[in-house]
Ligand binder design. Structure first.
Ligand SMILES: NC(=O)c1ccc[n+]([C@@H]2O[C@H](COP(=O)([O-])OP(=O)(O)OC[C@H]3O[C@@H](n4cnc5c(N)ncnc54)[C@H](OP(=O)(O)O)[C@@H]3O)[C@@H](O)[C@H]2O)c1
Length: 318
């Protein structure tokens, strides 16, 4: 796998794992390619190029509206379907019929199954076919039409059904805080394999990670570079760690996650950056401690906060 193909063990020659094992035994490649905001006209080529370079994990979602192009990229790469770990997510609008949501995604991707299917947000939208954008129905005041009475246990039962049907090799959630996970745990029959949340040294989510670790739930890091424009790359402490190790700031942020057992999902459509983002190095205990402590030392920042007007249970989310 890629990480073996591009080892950069400048710090310590012990190899890092190329995969982590999920709680149902499925292997997940430790670095995935993000596809949010990958423009339609370049997605096919970027995905194909990435797979040829050695990526084996793609992070997709129905709402990214580019799953057709991702599927075309997989086929154009020549890499067998069975060697690619494909994740997608049920959109907020489709939580009342997870199976139908997954079918839409499978049709778009041109696949028979996904490797991982996630609840995108712990929020259900009311459908409004007459809305200007029916996928994002809004109230007259501009807030989302959130179904405040919806119980996420119902969504999770739908997730368990597509898992039982073999349409998803593993199932999990995104953007679930500890209180939301605790609520879900009262009725879940299948423990989520994954919780995908915003994660980088400004938002390391140590308490959430400890909760998930204790239950065998793998954390995935979305926006590992800070999201669009990759703002965390500019941070002086990150740049200093990069210089000390002779690697790029992106390599530090991606490696930080793999070193702590978290799956980073960096997005890029640039050939140069796609190659750069495959480089993963082992960081020293001192560097890990420094990165782990940046948020507590005044740099805490959440960068992805859609206006749901809904309490998601995170301490920094009002
Ligand atoms: N579950 C959720 O709710 C959720 C939310 C957000 C994101 N995600 C997933 O997580 C993935 C990653 O998060 P993200 O897209 O928000 O942000 P990200 O991966 O942290 O950052 C992407 C940005 O960084 C740039 N970039 C990538 N590699 C770079 C490098 N080596 N040097 C400099 N700039 C670089 C990209 O531009 P170029 O493309 O031009 O290189 C893009 O502007 C998403 O694509 C999506 O799959 C999930």
């Amino acid at each position: 796998m890629t990480l073996d193909a591009a080892p950069a063990t400048t710090i310590n020659e012990r190899p890092l794992p190329a995969t982590f094992t999920l709680n149902n035994g499925v292997e997940i490649p430790t670095v995935g390619l993000g596809t949010w905001q990958a423009p339609l006209n370049v997605t096919r080529e970027a995905v194909s190029f990435a797979l040829k370079q050695g990526y084996r994990h793609l992070d997709c979602a129905y709402i990214y509206l580019n799953e057709r192009e991702v599927g075309e990229g997989i086929r154009a790469s020549g890499v067998p379907r069975s060697e690619v770990f494909v994740t997608s997510k049920v959109w907020n609008l489709h939580q009342d019929d997870v199976g139908a949501g997954l079918e839409r995604t499978l049709e778009n991707l041109g696949l028979e199954y996904v490797d991982l299917y996630l609840v995108h947000w712990p929020i259900r939208f009311f459908p409004d076919p007459s809305a200007p954008n029916p996928l994002r129905p809004l109230n007259p005041d501009g807030t989302y039409k959130v179904d405040r009475a919806w119980d996420q246990a119902r969504t999770w039962a739908g997730m368990e059904a597509v898992y039982a049907a073999g349409k998803a090799r593993a199932i999990g959630v995104c953007n679930f805080s500890v209180p939301y996970l605790e609520a879900l745990s009262r009725t879940w029959k299948v423990v989520p394999a994954v919780n995908q949340v915003e994660n980088h040294p400004f938002l390391p989510q140590h308490a959430l990670k400890a909760w998930c670790d204790a239950r065998g739930i793998v954390l995935e890091a979305y926006s590992p570079l800070g999201g669009p424009g990759a703002p965390v790359l500019q941070d002086e402490d990150i740049v200093a760690v990069a210089k000390r190790n002779g690697v790029s700031p992106a390599t530090v942020l991606i490696s930080y996650q793999v070193n702590r057992g978290v799956v980073p999902l960096p997005k890029s459509v640039s050939h140069e950056r796609l190659v750069q983002n495959l480089r993963v190095v082992r960081l020293s205990a001192e560097d890990m401690a420094l990165l782990d402590g940046l948020a507590a030392r005044g740099k805490a920042q959440r960068l992805n906060k859609p206006p749901f007007c809904w309490d998601l249970g995170f301490d920094d989310w009002d």
